[in-house]
Design a protein around this ligand. Structure first.
Ligand code: FES
Ligand SMILES: [Fe+2]
Length: 363
């Protein structure tokens, strides 16, 4: 069979992985809150160069990272009070992007104004709305445990050379854990599809497992031996295309005397489109164990990173291969029973784009 004969109609529901497939009118994460200081931070977000910084009172601000004089990146400049100063000829801009001073002349150029973006700090992250600034109709999703002292979070960041939707589908596609991560997660019983359902606009899944050893990634955080059979309920939800959660609800049926029997580790997966084919991926694993030691946190961070390296490697290969293939998305794509949550992601994505008057190519 030659290549032409193998061609089909491509994706039934397109995910737009080769296009600018990100909705504009929604909150995306711009940075972890610790990254933002009065020193400007340059970051590509939604194929736009953005400079992020904090004002004198600590409030985050975001501007298009391009001076309207001769296009120097403002992120190479510095912040003075509530103004950001261009490094090239010293023009000053306020948080609304308006030039307040051009030191080489008396008059400030009245047309010198660059786009500013709404930013909100919520929990551990700073969120940005890059689309129509008049269309903001909600707050960023709540991530309440991030600042709750009852939880111990471990977090990390990757830049992944793959479209954001591949990561979003990946973190809601759970059966890959038993295969791609067989040497890291070692949770080899996760080979059947969870129940997936919608709660309003939120994608949810739930799945109960019989007694089995828990993934060693999380044993240290819960103080459980790696070979001890425990019960677990996996629950997940995606309240926004930008963020999803995966909870490991663990029950030890035979705890040692004085030990807890129930624990939760909550995974948090955040994706933000960067440049074409590149994505910021912020992750967090939070244990409902306030006494997590630095040693255990570091061990958890190292083992979670080893597992996510496997996703990054595979998704980058996948993206590069499809992008280089002249057939693009015009290739057979089979959907399995376990792809229920991923299909819902595509449905929500297409609906959101339609609301913005856009649609993805269906090759
Ligand atoms: S390029 Fe910014 S002041 Fe000239
Ligand atoms: Fe994975």
């Amino acid at each position: 069979m030659n290549d032409e004969a193998k061609r089909t109609n491509g994706q039934t529901i397109p995910n737009g992985m080769l296009e600018d497939n990100y909705p504009r009118n929604m909150w995306w994460v711009a940075a972890h809150r610790d990254e933002l200081t009065t020193k400007p931070l340059a970051r590509w977000l939604l194929e736009t160069p953005v400079v992020l910084y904090r004002l004198e009172d600590g409030t985050p601000a975001a501007l298009y990272d391009r001076c309207p004089h001769r296009w120097a990146p403002l992120s190479e400049g510095h912040v003075e009070g509530d103004k950001i100063i261009c490094p090239y000829h010293g023009m000053e801009f306020n948080k609304a992007g308006r030039c307040t001073k051009a030191p080489t002349q008396h008059m400030r150029p009245k047309t010198a104004e660059i786009p500013s973006f709404a930013v909100r700090e919520a929990g551990a992250y700073v969120w940005i709305w890059m689309g129509d600034q008049d269309a903001i109709d909600c707050d960023p999703p709540e991530v309440e445990y991030q600042s709750d002292p009852g939880w111990a979070p471990v977090h990390g960041y990757y830049e992944v050379a793959a479209n954001w939707v591949l990561i979003r589908e990946n973190v809601l596609d759970l059966t890959h854990i038993a295969f791609l991560h067989k040497d890291t997660f070692k949770q080899d019983d996760w080979i059947t599809a969870p129940d997936t359902y919608m709660d309003g606009e939120t994608i949810c899944y739930e799945q109960e497992f019989d007694l089995a050893p828990l993934s060693p990634l999380f044993c240290a955080g819960m103080g459980l031996p790696e070979d001890k059979p425990i019960k677990r309920v996996q629950k997940g939800r995606m309240p926004s295309l930008a963020i999803s959660f995966s909870d490991w609800n663990v029950h030890d049926p035979a705890p040692e005397e004085g030990h807890r029997s129930d624990f939760i580790v909550r995974g948090c997966h955040i994706v933000t489109p960067a440049q074409r084919g590149k994505t910021h991926y912020f992750w967090m694993a939070a244990f409902d164990v306030p006494s997590l030691t630095d040693v255990v946190a570091e061990k958890t961070r190292a083992s979670v990173t080893a597992a996510f390296d496997e996703d990054k490697h595979l998704l980058e290969k996948l993206q590069a291969s499809v992008a280089a293939d002249p057939r693009g998305l015009d290739f057979l794509e089979v959907t399995l029973g376990a792809d229920g949550a991923g299909i819902k992601v595509r449905q929500i994505l297409n609906k959101k784009l339609k609301a913005e008057g856009r649609s993805l190519q269906r090759q």
